[in-house]
Design a protein around this ligand. Sequence first.
Ligand SMILES: Cc1cc2nc3c(=O)[nH]c(=O)nc-3n(C[C@H](O)[C@H](O)[C@H](O)COP(=O)(O)O)c2cc1C
Length: 378
Amino acid sequence: MKRLFFGLMAMMSVMGVTAQGIYDITVKDDLGRDVPMADYKGKVLLIVNTATRCGFTPQYDELEALYEKYHVDGLEILDFPCNQFGEQAPGTIEEIHQFCTANFNIQFPQFDKIDVNGAGESPLFTYLKARQGFRGFDLNDQTGKFMDEMLRKRDADYDKKSDIKWNFTKFLVSRDGRVVKRYEPTDKMADIDADINIELNPTLSTIMARRSVRKYLDKPVEHEKLEVIVRAGINAPSGMNRQPWIVRVVENPQLIADVTEVYKRYNPEQVKRDKDFKNMFRNAPNLICVCTPAEGGGELDAGLLGENMMLAAQSMGLGTVCLAGPVRFLNANADAKFFLDRLDIPEGYKLNYIIAIGYPDEYPDAKPRDASKVKYIN
Ligand SMILES: Cc1cc2nc3c(=O)[nH]c(=O)nc-3n(C[C@H](O)[C@H](O)[C@H](O)COP(=O)(O)O)c2cc1C
C-alpha cells in the first residue's frame, strides 16, 4: 500500500502534478536566469506565446498599448516566444528581443524561448492549459473560421485537445493566481481589455469569480468570519431602510446532521445516487438562513442582502450556494419542524432562502450568461 502511494507520488511529480499553483512554477528570463512566478503574486498577468513572423505579430502593438494603459494599475504582460507554430519565431532570444523593441517598442518582459506543447513543454503552459482548455475559435469571425479550417485539415479532432493552437494564445491570471480565461489569437483585444479591467478591480474580480459551490471541506467557518459576512449582508440597501428580513446563522453541526437524517428518509434514492453527499444543504458546514414577511414582500431587499453575503464570502476565500430547494422541503415537512423551531423565527416571518457556506472543495467553471437579454437604450 505504502509502495503504491510513493509510486503514485513519484508519477505525479514527473507529470508536474505536484505544483500547488502558478506561483510554485519557475520560468527563465531572456538571459536564462530563473524567475519564480511567485515574483508576480498580486499582479494581474496576461501570459502569451509569441512569434515574430506570424500574421498575428502586429498584435504586439495592441499588447504594448494594453501594457501602457494598465501597467501602473498592476498588469504584467509576460511574453514567451515559441517557434512551434509554422517556425515563425526563428532566431535567438536576443534577435527576437531586438526585433520586438525596434518594431513595436515593447516595454514588457520577454522570457526565454519555450515549447508550449509536447514532451519539452514549459510547465507554466502545462499548468495554464490544464486550467483553461480550448473553447473553440469564433466561427463568425473570418480569421477564426480560417484558423478552424486550417487546423481541422491537419487534425479532425484538434478542437478536442487543450493544447495551444497557434501563436498569440493568451491566458489571463488574477491577482490571486487563478487562471481566469484563455484567449485564442483571433479573440478581440477589446474583450481582453474589458477582462483586464475587471481583474484589476478587486470588487469586480470577486463578482466574476463567484460560483455556486456544492462540495466543501470538513471545516466549519470561523465565527468571526461569519460575523463579518453577516455585517456585509445587512449593509445592503433596503426600501426606506425597513430591513424587512430576519437572519439566522447555523453553526451547530448536529442540527444540520439531524435534519439531514429526516431528508435522507424521504429521499433515499437521491442520496444514494450522490456519492459526495454529506448533508442536505449541498454539503456545506454552515448555513445563513434568510427570512422574509410571511404575507409576502421584502424579497427584493432579502435578495440584495444575500448577494452581499455571497460576495463577501467569496472575497474571503469561502464558497457559497444560494438554496431554495431545501427550504421547500423544510417548510413542507412536519418531521423537519424541529429545525425551523430551532431557528427561532419570529411570528409573521417565514424562511425564504438559505445561503450554504464553507471552505470550497471544488472550483467550478463559470456557467454561461445570456448577454442578449441586455439592451442599451440611447
Ligand atoms: C433563488 C435561487 C435558488 C437556488 N436554489 C438552488 C438549490 O436549491 N440548489 C442548488 O444546488 N442551487 C441552487 N441555486 C444556485 C443556482 O443553481 C446557480 O446560482 C445557477 O445555476 C448559476 O450558477 P453560479 O451560481 O455558479 O453562477 C439557486 C440560486 C438562486 C438564485
